[in-house]
Structures are given as C-alpha cells and as structure tokens.
Ligand binder design. Structure first.
Ligand code: PLP
Ligand SMILES: N[C@@H](CCOP(=O)(O)O)C(=O)O
Length: 462
C-alpha cells in the first residue's frame, strides 16, 4: 500500500514514511492510495475478539508488511494495555437503541489516547530502527496535547513541543500537559486560538529550515496513523452491535474531523453504516457546510466544549478528496479559496456527502441543558463534547431502528466548569490524577508569531 496526497502533487509514500511525515510537500494530507476491504465473513469473525486483536486485524493492511506481524502485534497489545477498561472502548447502552462508546478510559481520559498510545510506540519503533532523532510539533485545543505527551514522553529519540491556546483549555487539560516535567517535553501557551496554533504547526512543516535537517513529525490527526488507529473502534462497536448483518449509525462530536473521518474509512472498508452525524458546538462550520453549503470561516468562539473550538478543520480535506472523486487540483483550489473568502462546495460532491452525513450544532446553553437532561434520563454525567453528540443523535438520526452509537469523546472530570455550571458538584478525577491540581507546572507563554515559536523550538530541542 502507498499513501498519496489530497492535493495530488506530492510524492507517494510508504507506511513508515507517512508515519514520520506531517503534511505532504504540496500542503495536502496523506491518504491510502487504495483501501483494504473486509468481507462479511472477516467482519463476523471479529465479533467477540479482544480489542487488541481487532486492532491488529483492522490495521495490518495499512502497515503493509513494513513491521513484522509479531512486532506489530506487540506494539498494539502494549498500547491498549494502558487502558483502565478491559474492553478499551466499551459500549454502554443508554436506552432501547442508543449507545455511548466510552472513549475516555485511556491514560489522559479522552479519545486521543486510542491513537496516540499506538503512535508513540510506532514512532519509537521507526526512529530506533533508523537511529534517528525527531522533533514533534503539535497543536492542541486541550486533549491531543496531553495524549501525545503521554504517548511519546518515553521515546528518547523525540523532543515534543505542544502548542495550546493560552487560557482557552480547561485547568485539568492544561495541567495534564504542563505538569509533565520530562526533559523532552515542552509546552507553549500561545496568545491566540487553536487555529493560530495549528496554522503555525502546518507552516513549520512547509518550511523546516529552522530545524537544520532534524526530522519534524506530526502527532495531530494530519498524521495518517492517527486516523488508522481510530478506524478500529468503529469496527469493534459495529461488530459488537451485529454488523455485518445489521447496519449501525454513529454520532460524532466533531471539530478537526479526524474522528468521524476514521468512521467513514471503516464504512469504506466494508462496515455497514447507515448514517454519520457530525455534532458541533457553536463553532459550526462543518454543520453550515453540510446543511447550507456555507463553507466559510466565522470568528472562533470560546465555548463550554473547548476541545471543539476549531474553525479550520484539517481532516475535512480528506473527506473533500473523496467527495471530489480524488481530484487533488479541485481540492487544492477549493481550499485556497476557503482561506481567502467565503466559499461553497460544488453541488455534486456535496450531494454525495449528504447521502451518508447529517449534522447538528449545539450552543452552550443547550450543552448545559443536555448534561442535566441526560443525567435525569440515564444517570450519566456527560462531558460537554459528548453532550453535543447526545443532542445531535436525538435530533437528526435517520431512524429509530438502527442502533445509534454516540461517541463519548472525553471524561467529564476534565471539564469541571461545564459540569458545575450544569448544576453538579463536579466529577472526581481517577486516582492516578488525584494530586494533579497540586503538581508543579512548567510552560512558556509566547505570542502567536511563527518566528517566536520556531525560535523556541530551535533553542530548546536537545
Ligand atoms: C473531547 C473531544 N471531543 C471531540 C473532539 C473533536 O474531534 P475531531 O477533531 O476528531 O473532530 C475533540 C478534539 O478535536 C475532543 O478533544
Ligand atoms: N481537539 C483536539 C484538536 C486537535 O485535533 P487533532 O485530532 O488533529 O489532534 C485537541 O484536543 O487538541
């Protein structure tokens, strides 16, 4: 298998190269040239297997024999042994046909752990094999940062720089990052928003001169391995609920679009999916695009679901590539227009997306209402991101007969502000984080200026 760019002009890469690369050299994102497809028998055979075994079977075709099976199996098994629930990503039934897929049982309590526990191990494996060092630059609206640090901190060959928007992540999220005092971990609070941070990371991939030849690696979902690892839980949930004999629907709290895109990949690989629902907070560009063909930027708003405070949604590009029949030039032209001015998708690709995707946007007042309502009905305290999904699933699901799986993307203990505002006392952190609020913090505060950030990285990398 080879990986090609969504903008059609960068060289095709192998799996190892794609894991060790960020953006493609033409500014696009890498996707597999062809997708593996599972037969109904292969899917049926996955029901009842351990999560690690399903993960191995789903991801093996993407690895392409570039890691031998025994080694890859052990990387996968080790990655998922760090989760506190035996099912790794368990399903919880809320009512007759609505399920939560709990994605917060990993070390940092959000769905990002599922991919980043594996990505850290893959990077360690490839860099050791090559005898190379690398620098990671990542942008976070709160969850990717700690999951990346947790996944990569033990890799001696890596220095990790994580940019978060100053004062725009929750206290628990910030401390999960800034209290890791390892020599290879650097946190930077940017005086700007997530889009500023992500733009600086992307600009650094485009011009890596400031690193004097050291490799720059991505831990954001621009890295294909992030998407690959996230495909697994769609397959695991689907077969647990009766696929391939029964269709399943998924509702996904969305922003940078890596999570729901992974679900779409599972569908393209043979999982029978009736509907994907894209849930957004007040930063509703994905909903506006799907519902009104309004593919235009609006001022980024700080909401009670801060991890979804994103306007420029990276992985939407991967979906556009598919919707535009893999025409890289058309995708590049649309995205260049989008950066400059309000724009719209062509009718045919949009119609294609609407066959499988619906969307819904939830404001802050509704997030609070949903947290209270879901607790009354189910006994669960949802985190504010999951709350957007819960409401969207109720409002725009295609039918009641198909099982609906809402992805519970984070643990409510990470978002005390929203939970308390909704009228609860808060949710305790798990015991391994008991003293998080007392730990020493270390981070730099920098202006949202590329030169300042690159100087910081160049000066501090080991
Ligand atoms: C808790 C949580 N929910 C939802 C999202 C949205 O996921 P995605 O960016 O993959 O669309 C994020 C981060 O982006 C998140 O951290
Ligand atoms: N919500 C994310 C934003 C970055 O998304 P990614 O999936 O591209 O890493 C975060 O919590 O940082």
């Amino acid at each position: 298998m080879r990986y090609i760019s969504t903008r059609g002009k960068a060289p095709a890469l192998s799996f190892e190269e794609v894991v060790l690369t960020g953006l493609a050299s033409d500014g696009g994102l890498y996707v597999p040239e062809t997708l593996p497809r599972f037969s109904a028998d292969e899917l049926s055979a996955m029901a009842g297997l351990s999560y690690a075994e399903i993960a191995f079977r789903v991801m093996r075709p993407f690895v392409n024999g570039e890691i031998d099976d025994a080694t890859f199996k052990s990387l996968v098994t080790d990655a998922y042994a760090t989760f506190s629930h035996d099912a790794v990503v368990p399903l919880k039934q809320l009512d007759a046909n609505h399920f939560l897929l709990e994605q917060f049982h990993g070390p940092t309590l959000a769905f990002k752990d599922v991919a980043l526990q594996l990505l850290g191990r893959l990077l360690d494996h490839f860099l050791k094999k090559r005898g190379e060092r690398a620098v990671i630059m990542g942008a976070t609206s709160g969850d990717t940062g700690s999951a990346a640090i947790e996944g990569c901190r033990h890799c001696d060959n890596l220095d990790i720089f994580i940019l978060h928007p100053h004062n725009r992540v929750s206290e628990v999220q910030r401390r999960q990052m800034t209290t890791v005092l390892a020599d290879n971990v650097f946190n930077v609070a940017i005086e700007g928003n997530f889009d500023d941070a992500q733009a600086m990371v992307k600009a650094s991939f485009a011009d890596q001169g400031f690193l004097n030849g050291t490799r720059l690696v991505a831990v954001n979902s621009i890295n294909w391995a992030r998407i690959m690892a996230q495909i697994v839980y769609y397959v695991a949930a689907g077969v647990a609920l009766g696929a391939p004999k029964r269709e399943v629907s998924f509702c996904v709290p969305s922003a940078n679009f890596g999570n729901v895109f992974a679900g779409y990949m599972a569908y393209k690989m043979g999982l029978p999916v009736k509907q994907f629902i894209i849930a957004t907070n007040a930063n509703d560009i994905l909903h506006r695009t799907l519902a009104d063909n309004d593919f235009s930027k609006k001022e980024l708003e700080a909401t009670l679901a801060p991890s979804m405070d994103i306007v420029v949604s990276s992985n939407f590009e991967r979906l556009l590539f598919d919707a535009y029949e893999r025409d890289g030039a058309a995708v590049a032209a649309l995205l260049e227009r989008f950066q400059r001015e309000p724009t719209a998708m062509a009718e045919a690709p949009l119609a294609k997306l609407r066959e499988k995707f619906a969307s819904f946007s939830v404001d802050d007042a509704t997030i609070l209402e949903v947290i209270r309502e879901a607790h009354r009905r189910t006994g669960e305290i949802l985190d504010p991101h999951t709350a957007t999904g819960y409401r969207a699933a109720e409002r725009v699901r295609a039918d009641q007969a198909t099982p609906m799986v809402t992805l519970a993307t984070a643990h409510p203990a990470k978002f005390a502000e929203a939970v308390v505002k909704a009228g609860f006392q808060g949710v305790p952190l798990p015991t391994h984080m008991d003293d998080l609020l007392d730990r020493e913090e270390r981070y730099a505060v920098l202006p949202a200026e590329l030169a300042a950030v690159q100087r910081f990285v160049a000066d501090n990398r080991r």
